[in-house]
Ligand binder design. Sequence first.
Ligand code: AMP
Length: 184
Amino acid sequence: MSACKDREQDPRIEGIASSIRVVPNFPKPGIMFQDITTLLLDPKAFKNTVDLFVERYTGKDITVVAGIEARGFIFGPPIALAIGAKFIPLRKPRKLPGEVISEEYVLEYGTDCLQMHIGAVQPGDRALVVDDLIATGGTLCAAIKLLERAGAEVVECACVIELPELKGRERLNGKPLYILVESR
Ligand code: AMP
């Protein structure tokens, strides 16, 4: 695990990177699972993570933070509260009780889907999408599409971790992506 290049200077990054546990072969053989539950056990690392995002997005006129199920629900709400934006959950199918719009996306094997409540965002909203990690980029790509279909402008995507070898960034069609640490 290493600091993202342009943030190597920030002394908080090292503590964040070293608090993330990597579990080989979970949930299946060949996957190096990046476990952020160990980051959450370290209050300083957790606070520094949220602070770095809050510092970046304060004063940027973000009106909505959209968190992706499930680990985007951990980092998204404290960022939303600190910058004075609303929080909306982007959820797996059949979890949201109201009327929804859906976006399917391709996984390594099969497909998955994200849903968003109709009316949660309005045309003109400026959105930040938050998740713990970008791998192939399929999940973030679906999130961007949902928000844009509802008329929001997606300003940036923010993740704690990037797996750069999977080139997920390339699937975001030029949408800016901000990450704190890279893992190989
Ligand atoms: P992707 O759509 O391929 O970018 O996958 C990103 C989503 O899958 C995120 O919500 C991550 O939480 C999860 N994910 C994918 N790969 C990993 C990994 N190696 N470790 C932890 N979470 C992962």
